[in-house]
Design a binder for this molecule. Structure first.
Ligand SMILES: N[C@@H](CCC(=O)N[C@@H](CS)C(=O)NCC(=O)O)C(=O)O
Length: 216
């Protein structure tokens, strides 16, 4: 198998890459990485020293591709079945990249800070920092509510922006409920019904018990 995805089924950024791979029906070898296992981590670090996933190894092209957005760009460039994930038109592609970045930076990453706070050891919690992160998520919701189109982020075509939106909204909804942002709540429901997304969520489900989806 020439394509290998280093990933974990619970990892939100890996979901972006998995959704893209499933959307395009691209064959790949899923290589699950247990970062808690010293040997597994060391083997992964030999592929990508930062040990952050997803990472795609494209042996046929001799390329190692880190970063979820770049993994999708790589698929869109080399697999015709994935090319609609990133439009050929430069202006349309710019819009997709913009929304991808906004979902990652202003919803997904602040949510991860909320999770990091939940995982801090007893006596080292930072409620002020957690509230700041929640406030960033709310600002992200306000911004993205006004920018997403329908049915998908940029309109009729499902793109990389939608791959980024699903993990961001799915997880952040557990930190700051989307109830007050109906445009995004409806969009998340549409995303969840997309077969590629439903598959990713189904595969992650056995792992949810290990994830601190709630405070306390
Ligand atoms: N900017 C990166 C973020 C990747 C990332 O933070 N991945 C997390 C999982 S969601 C990770 O590898 N965490 C392991 C660690 O930090 O040790 C991307 O888009 O791929």
């Amino acid at each position: 198998m020439s394509l290998t995805l280093y990933y974990h089924p619970l990892s939100s950024f890996c979901w972006k890459a998995l959704i893209a791979l499933y959307e395009a029906g691209i064959d790949f070898e899923p290589r699950e990485v247990n970062l808690g296992d010293t040997a597994d981590r060391a083997a992964f670090q030999a592929v990508w020293p930062l040990a952050k996933f997803p990472v795609l190894r494209d042996a046929a092209r001799g390329k190692t591709v880190p970063e979820s957005s770049l993994v999708i760009e790589h698929l869109a460039r080399h697999w015709p079945a994935a090319d609609s994930l990133l439009p050929a038109d430069a202006e349309a592609a710019f819009r997709v990249r913009l929304l991808d970045r906004l979902f990652d930076h202003y919803i997904h990453l602040p949510f991860q800070q909320v999770v990091a706070e939940r995982l801090r050891p007893e006596g080292q919690h930072d409620p002020f920092g957690a509230e700041q992160s929640r406030s960033q998520v709310r600002a992200g919701y306000d911004l993205l509510s006004s920018l997403v189109a329908s049915p998908w982020a940029v309109g009729e075509t499902f793109t990389m922006a939608d791959c980024a939106a699903l993990p961001a909204l799915f997880y952040a909804d557990h930190a700051v409920s989307l109830a007050a942002w109906p445009t995004l709540a409806d969009y998340l429901e549409r995303l969840r019904r997309r077969p590629s997304v439903a598959r990713v969520l189904r595969e992650a489900e056995p792992w949810f018990q290990y994830f601190p989806l709630k405070d306390g």
